[in-house]
Design a protein around this ligand. Structure first.
Ligand code: AMP
Ligand code: MG
Length: 434
């Protein structure tokens, strides 16, 4: 075994693609999709297709930031707790009302938060700095009010256009809609928005042994988990899964499913890409376009297929062929499928979030590929720690369910030792960890 930090002694297979090379090739075939107009709440997570320009000032009018009294600052220049200035109260304005009165020297108007500041007034003094409570308690009316503070001009007045100016670009094309963007668009008075549409992702599993979940168990069969784990990932990352079901390992069956698959923006299949298997898949797919079978320098998920199919209407449909083993399918999707969806959605920052964590146990790398080890990241004493989920067989899907990240051992290291720092690609960002 090579020492830690030294290159492995096995043969370095230059015919394999690096993860980055495979990703770059795949992304070069992913178009940004066209735009659609939809209700703002339904557009969460999608990318703005146009700049959003306001045709309003927000706030539209100068308005009060507090419940209090609108007045002229010069009227209360000499006011203090010990010697308040008494003003004549000429009216009341609630939020949503347009003031009909104006405020002159020596006058005040009782005003609620959000109500427009009347003409003449330049300042609001909150109730707490007047004698309103004492007046109410002693049964005096509110025809006059004593102001106990020399307020600065402009105090507690929210100026028209402070948040947004009419004609201003408020949100830029390319921005991802989060709750705050949805709120901003609503604040401009709109309930729909133009965003890049979501890709429809055809999902097809292949294999004679596969059973549809929900069907009775039959000996010799295994339930098709890939369709569901991949569809769930597609949905998580903003695509629309189109379930094509299971194709059997024969030409007619794959052909029949493919026809429906060609209606999608991208087709994702699983299985049938490892050596010995791919002749059949290759035969079918080459009838509809081109396909390449790759070995990617990663573990799990070395075998990968990628091609471009042509739909009956001439549209090009990229095809990503994931390996069949359930963990391999998910890990390959995280590296390639997710980025493909993001590119079609018009997203730019497509790297998976990573943390640096201290390894609790070693990761072994026996054949010079980049290892993505299923790991559990926790925060202890202010540091991230990563432990592995045990056996790392690519068929062990429950170990994926236990993990919240993939700890990476680079392809040029034969091992990462316990106590060393590793990059961990986070599968989730659970709040209890961060
Ligand atoms: P293959 O690429 O067809 O050789 O499949 C590799 C392994 O993955 C085999 O053990 C298959 O039974 C398994 N497998 C293939 N497709 C699925 C699927 N959709 N769900 C669960 N396991 C699968
Ligand atoms: Mg198979």
């Amino acid at each position: 075994m090579a020492e830690h930090g030294h290159p492995p002694k096995h043969h370095y297979d230059a015919s394999m693609l690096s993860v980055e090379e495979a990703l770059e090739r795949i992304l070069s075939y992913m178009p940004e999709l066209d735009a659609e107009e939809k209700p703002i709440l339904d557009a969460m997570g999608q990318v703005l297709a146009d700049d959003v320009v306001s045709d309003l000032d927000i706030p539209p009018l100068d308005n009060s930031a507090m419940d209090g009294y609108a007045l002229q600052a010069t009227s209360v220049e000499t006011a203090s707790e010990g010697s308040p200035v008494v003003l004549r109260v000429t009216g009341v304005i609630a939020a949503g009302q347009l003031p009909e009165i104006s405020v002159g020297p020596g006058e005040a108007v009782r005003i609620m938060t959000g109500a427009p500041v009347p003409e003449g007034a330049d300042t609001v003094v909150p109730f707490e700095e007047t004698d309103e409570l004492e007046r109410r308690a002693s049964g005096q009316g509110l025809s006059e009010i004593a102001i106990k503070v020399a307020a600065k001009t402009g105090r507690d007045v929210r100026v028209a256009g402070q948040d947004v100016r009419r004609g201003e670009v408020v949100l830029k094309r390319g921005a991802v809609l989060r709750p705050s963007e949805v709120g901003v668009i609503a604040s401009l008075g709109r309930n729909t928005v133009r965003v890049i549409r979501k890709p429809v992702v055809g999902i097809l599993s292949t294999g004679d042994e596969l059973l549809e979940p929900g069907a009775n168990f039959g000996t010799g069969g295994i339930y098709d988990s890939n369709s569901y784990s991949v569809a769930a990932l597609v949905r998580r990352y903003g695509g629309i899964p189109h379930m094509l079901g299971i194709a059997r390992d024969n030409l007619d069956s794959v052909n029949a499913k493919l026809r429906e698959g060609l209606e999608s923006d991208i087709l994702i299949t699983s299985a049938g890409v490892s050596k010995g298997d791919y002749d059949m898949v290759k035969d079918v797919l080459t009838q509809h376009g081109e396909i390449d079978f790759w070995s990617v320098r990663m573990k799990p998920a070395k075998p990968l297929a990628f091609g471009v199919l042509t739909a009956p209407d001439g549209r090009k449909v990229p095809h990503l062929g994931l390996p069949g083993n359930p963990v391999s399918a998910m890990v390959a999707f995280e590296q390639f499928g997710r980025a493909a969806i993001y590119k079609m959605l018009g997203k730019t920052g497509i790297e998976k979030p990573q943390v640096r964590a201290i390894l609790d146990e070693p990761i072994h790398n026996t054949d010079g590929r980049r290892v993505f080890a299923r790991a559990v990241v926790t925060k202890r004493d202010g540091e991230y720690r990563a432990r592995l989920t045990g056996e790392q067989g690519s068929n062990l899907l429950t170990s994926m369910a236990r993990a919240n990240g993939l700890a990476i051992c680079p392809e040029d290291l034969s091992r990462k030792e316990a106590g060393e720092v590793v990059d961990v690609q986070m599968l989730d960002w659970p709040e209890e960890v961060f």
